[in-house]
Design a protein around this ligand. Sequence first.
Ligand SMILES: C[S@@+](CC[C@H](N)C(=O)[O-])C[C@H]1O[C@@H](n2cnc3c(N)ncnc32)[C@H](O)[C@@H]1O
Length: 232
Amino acid sequence: MKDIFGQALLDYQNGNYSEDLMTSTNISDKDELPLPYLFRSYAEMPALEQEALKLSRGKILDVGCGSGSHSLWLQDQGKTVKAIDSSKGAVEVAQQRGVINAELKPLLEETEKFDTILLLMNGTGIFQELSKVSQYLDHLKTLLQTDGQILMDSSDISYMYEDEDGGMWLDLNQGYPGELDYYLSYKGIEETPMKWLYLDFETLKTACLTVGLQCEKIKEGEHYDYLARISK
Ligand SMILES: C[S@@+](CC[C@H](N)C(=O)[O-])C[C@H]1O[C@@H](n2cnc3c(N)ncnc32)[C@H](O)[C@@H]1O
């Protein structure tokens, strides 16, 4: 990985904002990911994220913290937060912005226990593909205190496979429709292609049940998105 995501965050943080990240997937064309959005305030966050933050309690883990926007708001509310990310640049930015406990660490290497674990901005993306969901959920379970909760958002993206007549062009041989190849570029440099997973709620709930976790839908967003609470 070249960590161009982290480089873009560092540029924005250091006042060198000149262009946005570009994203595309195997089923969608190029689109801009505006850097200011990755530095959003509470008021600028989608309602699902605001709800997740309001429900956060006890010792909190912000997984894939990015620039630390969620952690900073929680810290301001007097909460105890640990923020982790696998991007070196992201962790540097989160620290520069004032996140007290931010560590360069992939989720599967975290070992502490928490009362609330947050995975926000399509939190299931970090699982990469359907075949890895059980591994990630099993690991998250080991990080939960007895009464702990995981708050995670995602979307049912089957609408992306609809054609203009309302039919579907989904190829069932291609596997689960939420498994995407994700391409990121910045200032003409292309990141190593990644896998990024969107999970519909029913699939997430079934995956949770198979590893002995409960899953409930807390809130629906405006575009097939939802916030789920997962607990033991
Ligand atoms: C879509 S961004 C969301 C950033 C932030 N949560 C936000 O809402 O602005 C996903 C983040 O997850 C991080 N990430 C991806 N895989 C990860 C992993 N296995 N462990 C920890 N962080 C990961 C990426 O580096 C990136 O910062």
